[in-house]
Write a protein that binds this ligand. Structure first.
Ligand SMILES: O=C(O)Cc1cc(O)ccc1O
Ligand SMILES: [Fe+2]
Length: 448
C-alpha cells in the first residue's frame, strides 16, 4: 500500500507533523508539488492528470459564516466509482426516526459494553444507543458506542446522512481520510464531515468509544460572548490533516450510509486518492485537554454551556441541534455553594459518557465507558452520595483531576433503541437513584 507522505505542511506553532492548525480556515495542502492549481479551481487539465471535484458541505448560497466547501484533486472522481450497489445489513446501527421501543420515562444508565468474544470490524461494531430528530430533515442526531477489534481492510466508508464526531474511550484510532490521516487516542476527538470517505484502523488493538452522528448544521465553535477572544476551545488547537493519498489499484469495498441504509459497492482502487485539496470543509481533531475552562469564581454553579466545545446550530439562535459539552479537570472555588450540578429539568435532552476518571454528580456507578440518558424534562441531579458529600465538604479550593466526562445535548428528545433498552449492561436500578435522597427539612432549625 502506498501512503504518500505530504510534501507541503503549512505548519505553525504546536501542530503535530502532518496537521495544519486552525478552525474553519481556507486550508490548502498538496502531497505532490504543483498539484494544487494556483488562483484557479478547475483548469482545463489538472496537474499530474488529476480530476478536480468540489465537495459542498453547505448549500452554495449559504452565508459566508456557514459556507463550507473544498476542492479535491484526485486520481479518479467519486462518480467513477459509482457501480452496482447492494444493500447490506446495518447491524445495530439505527437512524432517526427510529421508534422501536416506547420511550422510558426514567433516567437511564449503562455499564460499558464489553467487546464481543468473536471480535468485530469497525462498521459492524457501531451500536446505536439513541436517535433524535429526523435524518431526512437534516435535524437531530444519533448517539452510538463503537467497539472494534479489527481494522477496516480494503474497505472505506462515507456517511451521507451525518457528520461524525468520534470520542475515543479506549485505544488508538487512525482515521485514514480522503483529506489526510488523523490519529486520535482517548482525550482527543475527531470530526469527519458528511460525505468524506475514510477507513478506520486500529494501530494499537481494540478500540471503544462514543460516536455522535450529527444530521444537522455542521459543528462549529460556540460564540464566546462576553468571555471575549480567548479560552474555551481555541481555534489554533484544532488540527486538520495535510494531504496524503493512496495510489492503490486493489479491490476495495466502499460502504455508503445513505437515508439510513448501508449500501456497498466494489471498487477497483482505493478512493482515498486525493493528492491535493483546498477549502474549509475538512476533517479535524482536537485534544480536549487543551480546552480552557471558564467558570464561577465566587459563588454558584454555572450552566454547563460554559463547557461547550462544539455546537451544531439549529435555525433558532441559541437552541442547538447538538451541543458537545465536556467536564474536564478544573478548580472548584465557589464559596458557600453546593458545587456539583444542581437538581434540574431541562428542555434539552442529555446523553452523557465518561472517558476517564470520576464525575462529581455521580461518583459511583457512572464508570468510564459507561453512558447515561436524562431525557427532555425528566428530573435529575447528584445522587445521594454526591449530595451528602458536597453539602458537608469544607469549601477549600478543590481541583477535580484526571476526569473527562462529556455530554451530547440536543433540543430533541432522544429515543433509546431496542438494543440499548435490552442491553444486559443497563443498570435496572438506576431509574430510582433519586429515591435515596433523604428528607432534611426541619421547620424548627433554619441552619439545618
Ligand atoms: O446532568 C448532568 O450531569 C449534566 C449537567 C452538568 C451541570 O454542571 C449542569 C447541568 C447539567 O445538565
Ligand atoms: Fe443535566
Amino acid at each position: 500500500m502506498t501512503i504518500v507522505q505530504p510534501m507541503t505542511t503549512a505548519r505553525t506553532g504546536t501542530a503535530e507533523p502532518g496537521y495544519m492548525t486552525g478552525f474553519g480556515n481556507q486550508f490548502e495542502t498538496e502531497a505532490l508539488p504543483g498539484a494544487l492549481p494556483v488562483g484557479h479551481n478547475s483548469p482545463q487539465r489538472c496537474a499530474y492528470g488529476l480530476y478536480a471535484e468540489q465537495l459542498s458541505g453547505s448549500p452554495f448560497t449559504a452565508p459566508r459564516a456557514s459556507n463550507e466547501r473544498s476542492w479535491l484533486y484526485r486520481i479518479r472522481p467519486t462518480v467513477a466509482h459509482w457501480g452496482a450497489f447492494q444493500k447490506i445489513d446495518a447491524g445495530l446501527w439505527r437512524t432517526a426516526p427510529c421508534a422501536e421501543v416506547e420511550m422510558p420515562i426514567q433516567p437511564l444508565r449503562w455499564n460499558p459494553i464489553p467487546f464481543p468474544a468473536e471480535g468485530v470490524g469497525f462498521l459492524q461494531g457501531i451500536r446505536t444507543i439513541t436517535t433524535a430528530g429526523d435524518a431526512a430533515t437534516q435535524s437531530g442526531m444519533a448517539t452510538h458506542v463503537y467497539l472494534a477489534t479489527r481494522s477496516m481492510v480494503d474497505e472505506v466508508f462515507y456517511n451521507a446522512d451525518a457528520e461524525m464526531l468520534f470520542v475515543p474511550q479506549q485505544g488508538a484510532l487512525r482515521l485514514a481520510t480522503e483529506f489526510g490521516v488523523i490519529d486520535i487516542t482517548p482525550g482527543e476527538i475527531a470530526v469527519i464531515p458528511r460525505g468524506v470517505k475514510f477507513r478506520a484502523e486500529l494501530p494499537g488493538g481494540p478500540v471503544r468509544g462514543y460516536l455522535c452522528e450529527n444530521y444537522g448544521g455542521a459543528f462549529t465553535l460556540p460564540e464566546r460572548g462576553p468571555i471575549g477572544a480567548n479560552c474555551l476551545a481555541n481555534p489554533r488547537d484544532v488540527l486538520t490533516p495535510v494531504a496524503a493519498y493512496e495510489d492503490r489499484d486493489a479491490p476495495t469495498r466502499m460502504v455508503v450510509k445513505w437515508g439510513g441504509t448501508l449500501w456497498a459497492t466494489e471498487l477497483e482502487a482505493s478512493p482515498l486518492d486525493v493528492v491535493a485539496w483546498h477549502g474549509n470543509y475538512a476533517p479535524y481533531k482536537y485534544d480536549l485537554r487543551r480546552f480552557s475552562p471558564v467558570g464561577p469564581l465566587l459563588f454558584d454553579h454555572a450552566d454547563p454551556s460554559i463547557f461547550t466545545v462544539l455546537t451544531s446550530p439549529s435555525e433558532t439562535p441559541g437552541t442547538a441541534n447538538i451541543d458537545f459539552v465536556i467536564f474536564p479537570d478544573r478548580w472548584l472555588v465557589a464559596e458557600n455553594t453546593f458545587r456539583p450540578p444542581w437538581y434540574h429539568m431541562n428542555i434539552m435532552s442529555e446523553f452523557m459518557g465518561l472517558i476517564y476518571g470520576q464525575y462529581d454528580a455521580k461518583p459511583q456507578g457512572f464508570v468510564p465507558g459507561g453512558f447515561s440518558l436524562h431525557n427532555c424534562m425528566l428530573p435529575h441531579g447528584p445522587d445521594m452520595e454526591a449530595f451528602e458529600g458536597a453539602s458537608k465538604a469544607p469549601l477549600k479550593p478543590h481541583k477535580l483531576e484526571g476526569t473527562m466526562a462529556f455530554m451530547f445535548e440536543t433540543r430533541f428528545p432522544q429515543r433509546v433503541t431496542r438494543y440499548a433498552a435490552e442491553l444486559p449492561e443497563r443498570q435496572a436500578e438506576y431509574g430510582a437513584y433519586g429515591s435515596k435522597l433523604q428528607k432534611h427539612f426541619n421547620p424548627g432549625r433554619r441552619d439545618a
